[in-house]
Design a protein around this ligand. Sequence first.
Ligand SMILES: [Zn+2]
Length: 124
Amino acid sequence: MESLITRPKGPRLVGNKLNAIKCNTCGHIRYPPRTYCNKCQGTDISSILIGPKGVVATYSTTYKKKPSDKQRIFGVVQLFTEDGKDSFILSGTFDTENFDDVKIGKKIELLPNDKYNMFKILED
Ligand SMILES: [Zn+2]
């Protein structure tokens, strides 16, 4: 188990951006943030905000037992920093019940949500 000492205090999101860290030695991005890099073990880190814009990498849906059940569509997206130089892969749920709304490569936006990673599908 990871020590609590390695968890920096701070919000999960800043607005609708991920509050992550970037290693100044190897460039690895870590989210949720910790006080060291999990690639090179370095402690020379900077905070970095990622998102809210990204693209759909993959997606799937839940099985509906009853027709009245809510269709939940979830998947993995690639979120970019504002300058587009860095990105991060994140899983979450799309804010639609229509499976046809989601396509690989489609643009999304991370929604500000305290508990879950929610993605809004953007029109082309
Ligand atoms: Zn590193």
